[in-house]
Design a protein around this ligand. Structure first.
Ligand SMILES: Cc1cc2nc3c(=O)[nH]c(=O)nc-3n(C[C@H](O)[C@H](O)[C@H](O)COP(=O)(O)OP(=O)(O)OC[C@H]3O[C@@H](n4cnc5c(N)ncnc54)[C@H](O)[C@@H]3O)c2cc1C
Length: 343
């Protein structure tokens, strides 16, 4: 069967650039189309897709888009109608889209509208004699499943960070306009309420994961705990480096035990077997022992480094690329100072 590939994309808050996750999905689509010698189309959801399409110059793909004020906002009714119209206009058999909150909300509904199937959280796509195979992880990243389907159209939502984002020349790209029959619009997005950048410590797009372990609130060599100083050092580093904050389970559990806590940490920050498995190019663990149930959450971290006072910690036993046997209070104070002087 001759496949044809469509990548659905959407713009970021500026309205004129595609999101990074969209550009990653385009890379996935390009790779798949090349392997299958299949035609590639890219669909853009935006108020005016012209500016965003410029980043697709050089892909040699058919670029289609919807046009109109209704598509400036992320809203179920207009987004589902736009995706449905683009899928039908391109008659694609395999549809890739980023696993963004905007698309994750509508993709299952779109699959239903086009009488297709959908799989989500896809981390890689291959093809062989059996056709297209898509992988995803189950049970907190412990089981990797390989999925095949005869049903078409087949929508695959691609996890962020699993493909490199497309980098293309910036040039004019012709966008074919797809007409959309909009339903009655009942929802208007009047604004966004989000925590201040400083308060938002989980940053999936960050280049670095900074993990805080229980050592930060434990008694230090002077016989005292220094949670306030620990909090200041950690927040200063996050601010200067733009890093995402992860935690060990012991540290986030401490609130319940009446021990000193870092007020900006919640269980959402927990990395590990019973926490999250974030994806970042680099990770730095501090005051953390590096036990297996924690380190299993580092599966998708590229370069791993750790600062621990314990030369026999788990990190030192092959779980990190570099271990600094040192006092994290002193190291991070110096690092913050250096980052400060750079700024
Ligand atoms: C079923 C199960 C599931 C689990 N799931 C998870 C999970 O999802 N995530 C998770 O994190 N854990 C999980 N755990 C717990 C895990 O086994 C460890 O207990 C936990 O990760 C330990 O946290 P920690 O390293 O921060 O604390 P600790 O083990 O107390 O280590 C603190 C470290 O800080 C160092 N330290 C202290 N002061 C300093 C300083 N000034 N400078 C540098 N280093 C210093 C100490 O030397 C020590 O190595 C799970 C356990 C079980 C049984």
């Amino acid at each position: 069967m001759q496949e044809s590939i469509l990548v659905l994309t959407h713009v970021d808050d500026t309205g004129s650039s595609l999101t990074t996750a969209s550009l990653e999905a385009v890379t996935a689509g390009q790779e798949l189309a090349a392997r299958l010698s299949a035609p590639l189309a890219i669909g853009i959801i935006a108020e005016d897709p012209g500016a965003a399409a410029r980043t697709l110059a050089g892909t040699n793909a058919r670029v289609v888009g919807v046009l109109g004020k209704a598509f400036a906002q992320s809203r179920y009714g207009s987004d589902a109608a736009a995706c449905e119209a683009i899928c039908k206009a391109t008659r694609a058999s395999v549809i890739l889209a980023p696993q963004s909150s905007r698309f994750a909300r509508v993709a299952a509904g779109v699959a239903h509208r086009i009488s297709g199937s959908i799989d989500t959280h896809i981390t890689s796509i291959r093809n062989n004699d059996h056709g297209i195979e898509a992988s995803r992880w189950f049970y907190r990243q412990r089981i990797e499943a390989v999925l095949t389907r005869a049903a078409r159209p087949w929508i695959l939502l691609i996890e962020a960070g699993t493909y490199p984002a497309l980098v293309c020349d910036d040039a004019d790209v012709a966008v074919e306009r797809v007409a959309v029959e909009l339903p009655a619009i009942r929802t208007d997005v009047t604004g966004t309420r989000a925590p201040a950048q400083d308060a938002q410590t989980i940053r999936p797009d960050a280049k670095m994961l900074f993990v805080a372990g229980a050592g930060w609130t434990k008694k230090q060599p002077d016989g005292h705990a220094h949670p306030a100083e620990a909090g200041d050092l950690i927040l200063a580093f996050l601010r200067k480096a733009g890093a995402s904050l992860g935690s060990s389970k012991s540290l986030v559990d401490q609130g319940g035990e009446g021990q000193p806590v870092l007020p900006f940490l919640t269980h959402m920050n927990q990395v590990g077997q019973t926490g999250s498995t974030p994806r970042h190019p680099k990770g730095l663990a501090t005051c953390c022992h590096g036990e297996e149930p924690h380190v299993v959450g580092w599966r998708f971290i590229g370069d791993r480094r750790a600062i621990s006072l314990d030369p026999n910690c788990g990190w030192a036993r092959g779980k990190a690329d570099v271990v600094y046997v040192a006092d994290a209070f002193k190291v991070m104070a110096k690092v913050n100072e250096l980052l400060g002087s750079k700024a």
